[in-house]
Ligand binder design. Structure first.
Ligand code: ADP
Length: 463
């Protein structure tokens, strides 16, 4: 690409140079030839006056004085001075021109290679105090192509400097195009190397962002992508480690109970078997949560959309959990509103509210308070589930919707959580084109806010 850019720049420079030289040449030729034509006309206009004063100052036609006049004649001008009767007195021609014409070699050397295609004629009256005493018949080139050696050297000086300026512009252009093409392509080369490294699995790769242009935007996008890949890789590792941990803990507990039963250390009482059963339930819940979450994240969870009476659905979930809540000594406030219908999947929405409410119950101490509110707005419904529980530390807030994330893990362990409930809840909210957010104050409580649209605009399709 660098080579192509360089060659394109070079081609543009050469073309521009060529066009400027051609246009300068054209304009110059035109003006110079106009100037020559004008100066020939001026010389010829002054000629009768000069010939007359030459004649009268000497009293006859003096050859020295006439030779002076001839020297000032433009090349190609031929003057025949005649008596009024028509008898030729003499012929005037620029002596330099006649000298050069006699030496064709020198003529060619000086670049005076021209042919005159068209002539102009003029008859000038030379008069004195007693009227016309001579006639000058002038023949000169119609187009002022003919140049004196002085004109010629002036023109070649102009062309020389034009050529020099062109050469200089070309050299500067080559250096600049090389520099610009290098500057444009070197960040891309850096990016290519970085992409290759990321492809090889080195996800720490970042490229410097030196500009704000398209290349800079590409570099920023690449850095974002590499950062995201790194995060995904970290999450994947964390996920595997978490799964292993989540499986190992209940399994170890079950095994140690069974070993204790076998060794006769512990009796297989109802209570002890209930503990094993709890651990097995935990494993079953984990596997079902994981399956649902995975399906939801893959986008394959296709909600079965119907008109759901949301207030009735929440009421049912509240009733499902209220014995547990009451047993723990927590007060529950739920002012069931009039029926509010939304478009949604009844089973998934029940899962969502169950998870949120169950969390509120789990993380609220006895004598605490849980409040569920529902507000019908213009195009959506806002459901708020607040508790006066342990709250969530500020540092944990951005992560609690991630799979397996549990703040203060040891305490959560006592509550029997898997760290999947909120991740699943958020996936369900997204499937319904809603949002789930949280505000919390450690030690004071948490507030989960769920906004669900009344009508789902773009229906999700199974993948
Ligand atoms: P878990 O199965 O551990 O409850 P969740 O995904 O439902 O998993 O919740 C993730 C973490 O978020 C919990 O472990 C807990 O630390 C925190 N959390 C969720 N809800 C609340 C709440 N109402 N009060 C305090 N902490 C909460």
């Amino acid at each position: 690409m660098r080579k192509r850019l360089f060659l394109s720049f070079l081609a543009i420079i050469l073309l521009t140079l060529l066009l400027s030289i051609l246009s300068v040449n054209f304009v110059f030729q035109k003006h110079f030839s106009d100037y020559l034509a004008r100066s020939t006309e001026v010389t010829l206009e002054q000629l009768p006056e000069r010939l007359s004063s030459s004649f009268f100052s000497h009293g006859c036609w003096n050859s020295d004085s006439l030779s002076n006049i001839a020297h000032s004649l433009p090349f190609g001008t031929h003057i025949v001075i005649k008596e009024p009767s028509g008898e030729t007195i003499m012929t005037l021609i620029n002596p330099m021109e006649s000298m050069l014409k006699n030496d064709p070699g020198l003529w060619m050397d000086m670049g005076l290679n021209y042919t005159i295609e068209e002539w102009k004629n003029k008859t000038l009256m030379i008069s004195g105090p007693n009227g016309v005493f001579a006639i000058a018949e002038v023949r000169y080139p119609a187009r002022a192509k003919v140049l004196t050696p002085a004109d010629q050297s002036f023109i070649s000086a102009i062309y020389q400097s034009l050529f020099l300026a062109g050469a200089l512009a070309l050299i500067i252009g080559i250096i600049l195009s090389y520099w610009i093409s290098r500057r444009l392509t070197s960040p891309l080369q850096g990016l290519t190397k970085a992409v290759q490294r990321v492809g090889e699995g080195f996800l720490d790769e970042q490229v410097p962002v030196a500009t704000k242009d398209e290349v800079g935007q590409l570099a920023t996008a690449f850095n974002g992508m590499a950062e995201n890949l790194k995060k995904q890789e970290r999450l994947r590792k964390q996920f595997t480690a978490d799964i292993a941990h989540e499986l190992r803990t209940p399994l170890t507990s079950i095994r140690s109970y069974i070993e204790a039963f076998q060794d006769g250390v512990l009796p297989a009482t109802k209570e002890n078997l209930a503990i094993i059963n709890e651990e097995i339930e935990r494993l079953t819940r984990l596997s079902s949560d994981l399956k649902d979450l995975n399906v939801a994240e893959m986008g394959a969870l296709c909600p079965y959309l119907t008109q759901v009476n949301l207030s009735a659905l929440i009421d049912k979930t509240v009733n499902m959990l209220s014995p547990l809540i009451q047993e723990k000594g927590i007060s529950l406030a739920w002012g069931k509103p009039e029926s509010i219908f939304i478009e949604g999947d009844e089973y998934l929405l029940t899962r969502l509210f169950y998870n949120l409410l169950h969390n509120a119950y789990k993380f609220t101490e006895s004598a605490g308070k849980i409040e569920v509110q529902m507000e019908l707005r213009h195009q959506d419904v806002l459901i708020t589930i607040s508790d006066s529980g342990i709250g969530i530390p500020e540092g944990d807030l951005p992560f609690i919707f991630e799979r397996f994330y549990r703040s203060e893990k040891s305490r959560s362990r006592e509550t029997g959580g898997t760290g999947i409930g909120l991740a699943l809840a958020q996936q369900i909210a997204h499937l319904h084109q809603g949002t789930l957010t949280v505000e919390s104050c450690p030690g004071k409580g948490s507030q989960f806010m769920l906004i669900l649209p009344l009508i789902i605009q773009e229906k999700p399709t199974p993948v």
